[in-house]
Design a protein around this ligand. Structure first.
Ligand SMILES: [Zn+2]
Length: 203
């Protein structure tokens, strides 16, 4: 790498910071991009476009507008809310084409070792949605089956059930345990995920 111009070195260094990309792979990418002008232009444009992305005001999904495509979709069942920890998990469920409700992103899981508390998560937003809906809302928890996922789910469940008004307005369920204990939702295959959603059970 010592003989490369600084521009090449800089890009190799930048790409090496990507997950799963070591300096050797980064160097291959840069040498490829030097040869392929069209790929380089498209890649540059697409990377710059990422600055338009923020989070949906309603569900917390990635979005280039105030509301994401799912929240804007009038055909969605507004009486079902699937609760996930991170926005990328919405994409995992959308890929199985089997769920027609809405989503709610908590923004993490309660984690005492990392000092992530209930107030750091968007739990209030979920409560507001339940209150706002005139009909009964099914809340489907789809959090990782780890101690942090379980703890967060129980915390929210208890919060809802101890409030009489809220308790009567919800049906609480969780996706089935098709996903191995400690398993990450993002890594579950489509069939496992579809079955865990279909076989969800009340909590
Ligand atoms: Zn949304």
């Amino acid at each position: 790498m010592a003989s490369f111009p600084i521009e090449i070195k800089n890009l190799i260094n930048s790409l090496s910071q990507l997950p799963g990309v070591g300096p050797k792979t980064a160097e291959r990418f840069v040498l490829f991009l030097l040869k392929k002008e069209n790929t380089r232009k498209t890649l540059t444009k697409n990377i710059l476009n990422l600055k338009k992305i923020s989070f949906c005001n309603q569900c917390g999904n990635f979005s280039s507008g105030k509301l994401c495509n799912i929240c804007l979709d009038q055909d969605r069942n507004k009486n079902k809310i699937l609760v996930v920890a991170r926005p990328q998990e919405i994409n995992v469920f959308e890929n199985i084409h089997d769920y027609n409700g809405l989503y709610h992103v908590l923004g993490g899981l309660i984690n005492s070792t990392k000092d992530i508390k209930d107030k750091d998560l968007d739990i209030n937003g979920l409560i507001k949605k339940i209150k706002k809906n005139n009909k009964k809302t099914e809340i489907i928890f789809a959090l990782n089956s780890t101690s942090k996922g379980e703890g967060t789910m129980l915390y929210i469940k208890n919060l809802i059930l101890k409030n009489k008004n809220l308790k009567n307005k919800v049906k609480l369920s969780r996706i089935a345990r098709g996903i191995p204990t400690g398993g990450e939702i993002s890594y579950a295959d489509d069939l496992t995920l579809r079955e865990s959603l279909t076989n969800r059970r009340s909590i």
